[in-house]
Ligand binder design. Structure first.
Ligand code: B12
Ligand code: SF4
Ligand code: SF4
Length: 308
């Protein structure tokens, strides 16, 4: 079997598993991205996410993360929900409506690699989603998936940006796709103008330490700074503002991934229900949800903060 047939099979397996896009880039060091990452870290834009400063060498070079790597396969999976929360209640980011995406996508990545091994042969590879030292958005651009918007998100002309990104780094030699060279933000500045905490800086730089997503999800066992009071626009877990205002998200279509079916309570809870929720109930309802990352105490802290 040749490289082009292997590439055909890989893309066919990805589509069969429900991934929306599958693009391939050569596994090689990311010199420009390394400079951007270094500057971001030096300015403390990772805030309390100290893990972002770990494994710098691996993060900017997939062949250090997966020795012998030849290709980086980038995959997308839509999470845009059919139904959204009612207005006026504490807001939860759309990515967190259903089961934890790490679990849902990890399962699919395992199946993907198993299929490749079964049909192509002795292939080594590792699948990643979110938590490994991989610059997923950089690989997504390199694989032709779309462009980095001014809001920092990877945007695709057909689907907008409400999708997750996953990667499989492998020693399989595959045909590479053209990088996405264009940028369709034009003169628009809607995301910059509407970010509640002014976390979106020029040149597509996001100050993670000022992002509501950082405060409500990543900031552990501590209070949210007083200076942010009144600025969260009712976001209790994550924030979608810079995506909700993006004109490219007019093209978002509801996902059809059963694992992302919204937890009923997220759609139905009133403000009073969130207040009355006990720890026992939280564990029962949100045991498989991304909300468990903030823990019960984190959700209660966020709730108190947005109302103070
Ligand atoms: C840390 C992190 C965060 C932090 C910091 C955000 C940040 N911008 O870095 C916080 C907690 C704030 C966060 C928030 C969110 N996140 Co987040 N996050 C990550 C994580 C784990 C690492 C990102 C990273 O490496 N940051 C460091 C900076 C320097 O890298 P970067 O922003 O990705 O920028 C790189 C490229 O975009 C490129 N680049 C940047 N600017 C430019 C400019 C030019 C000209 C070019 C060519 C390239 C380029 O170079 C940079 C590398 O140095 C990734 C998963 C992963 N492993 O990649 C998810 C990830 C980026 N997050 C994701 C999501 C969904 C979100 C939220 C929407 C969640 C929410 N609703 O609350 C928000 C969006 C905030 C925003 N506007 O970016 C998705 C994005 C999917 C997409 N379509 O883009 C990812 C990919 C997770 C996933 N597996 O799907 N996140
Ligand atoms: S997710 Fe919210 S706080 Fe973070 S950059 Fe986007 S609009 Fe700003
Ligand atoms: S809101 Fe406008 S500027 Fe921001 S990412 Fe979308 S198109 Fe680009």
């Amino acid at each position: 079997m040749n490289k082009s047939h292997h590439t055909f099979l890989v893309k066919q397996f990805a589509a069969g598993l429900g991934f929306g896009y599958c693009g391939i880039a050569k596994a090689e060091p990311l010199y420009d991205d390394a400079k951007r990452l270094e500057s971001w870290l030096n300015q403390g834009m990772h805030g309390s996410m100290s893990y972002m400063a770990n494994h710098f060498d691996m993060r900017v070079d997939p062949t250090k993360l997966v020795p012998g790597a030849k290709s980086v396969i980038t995959l997308s999976i839509n999470y845009f929900p059919e139904e959204q929360q009612k207005t006026g209640v504490p807001k939860v980011s759309k990515y967190a409506y259903g089961n934890d995406y790490h679990d849902v996508i990890r399962g699919k990545l395992h199946q993907f690699l198993s299929l490749i091994k079964a049909q192509i042969g002795n292939v080594e590879g590792r699948g990643f989603v979110d938590s490994a030292p991989v610059l997923e958005r950089s690989w997504a651009t390199r694989s032709g998936m779309g462009w980095i918007g001014k809001n920092g998100n990877l945007i695709n002309k057909q689907n907008g940006s409400f999708f997750f990104i996953a990667t499989l780094i492998t020693d399989l030699d595959l045909e590479i796709d053209d990088p996405f060279a264009k940028d369709y933000c034009g003169s628009c500045t809607r995301c910059i103008d509407s970010c509640p905490t002014d976390a979106i800086l020029p040149n597509k730089v996001i100050d993670g330490s000022k992002c509501i997503s950082h405060f409500t999800i990543e900031l552990k066992d501590t209070l949210i700074p007083d200076g942010m009071k009144g600025r969260f626009d009712n976001w209790m877990f994550g924030c979608d503002t810079c995506q909700d205002v993006c004109p490219w998200n007019r093209f978002s279509k509801p996902n059809n991934e059963p694992g992302f079916t919204p937890v009923a309570e997220i759609l139905n809870y009133s403000t009073a229900d969130w207040h009355d929720m006990t720890e026992e109930k939280f564990k029962l309802v949100f045991g498989k949800s991304p909300l468990k990352r903030s823990k019960y105490a984190g959700i209660k802290r966020n709730l108190k903060f947005i109302e103070s």
